[in-house]
Design a protein around this ligand. Structure first.
Ligand SMILES: *Cc1c(COP(=O)(O)O)cnc(C)c1O
Length: 236
């Protein structure tokens, strides 16, 4: 595919996606401007990020540091906000803190400490979301803090140097109806806002469940497939 053909394809996907988001907002009685689209560009080249930027997107998401770092560097001339959405090892905190603006996957106290130290060293401020596990307990291990641990983690982020608490993030449970899970997330988000009023971000909704997420108050959608097409390998 030539760059021009890819541009046309991405523009078409983006138009379809915007129509889906608009329809879901209409059903939910929400203003479209409350919902931010993050293009999850994992497995796709920096040239796609560049085309998306030309199409007006400013928010980009990645889930692996090894891929995200070089891609962000290649796109350093573009006015983009980089979201790190994948599970994160503490030994990658320094690297991620160098290019990420928002980290969606903070799910344990040690990671708060590591990110805070890394952000201080880098002279940057990182906006952090508490990733909440919406899986049944027996399916835990896909990342995310247990709902009961969220308030303490939110406090830890809010108190940490060079970190800013943005809100919460979740991935719908595997093979289960996303709607009740996202409703649960909305309750947790509300609780966090009770103590941290500026933590207004609710990162939920992917290509397959953005309607349910919008219905439950999502403010940030993380969309890969519906925008960029199918990934050759499943990278999560
Ligand atoms: C890959 C990924 C997405 C995007 O998923 P799609 O189903 O392709 O839209 C969203 N969130 C996270 C955490 C991801 O890893």
């Amino acid at each position: 595919m030539t760059p021009d053909e890819r541009r046309v394809e991405l523009a078409g996907n983006l138009a379809d996606l915007r129509a889906r988001i608009a329809a879901a907002c209409a059903v939910a009685g929400r203003d479209e401007r409350e919902v931010t689209l993050i293009a999850v560009t994992k497995t796709f080249p920096a040239s796609d990020v560049r085309l998306l930027a030309e199409l007006g997107l400013t928010e980009v998401g990645e889930n692996r540091d090894q891929e995200a770092g070089p891609k962000a560097a290649e796109c350093a001339d573009l006015p983009l906000t980089w979201h790190f959405v994948g599970s994160l090892q503490t030994n990658k905190a320094r690297s991620v803190a160098a290019y990420a603006d928002v980290v969606h996957s903070v799910d344990r106290a040690r990671l708060v400490t590591a990110l805070s130290g890394a952000a201080v060293r880098a002279g940057r401020t990182l906006r952090c979301l508490v990733q909440v596990s919406l899986d049944p307990e027996e399916a835990a291990g896909r990342g995310g803090a247990a709902p009961g641990d969220v308030p303490a983690l939110a406090d830890a982020i809010a108190e940490a140097d060079a970190l800013e608490l943005g809100g919460v993030m979740a991935v719908a449970p595997l093979g289960a109806d996303p709607a009740p899970a996202f409703a649960r997330l909305a309750g947790i988000a509300n609780e966090v806002r009770g103590t941290h009023p500026s933590a207004t971000m609710v990162s939920a909704g992917m290509s397959g469940d953005l309607e349910q997420a919008i219905a439950c108050g999502a403010t940030h959608l993380r969309i890969g497939t519906a925008l960029l097409g199918g990934r050759r390998s499943i990278v999560r």
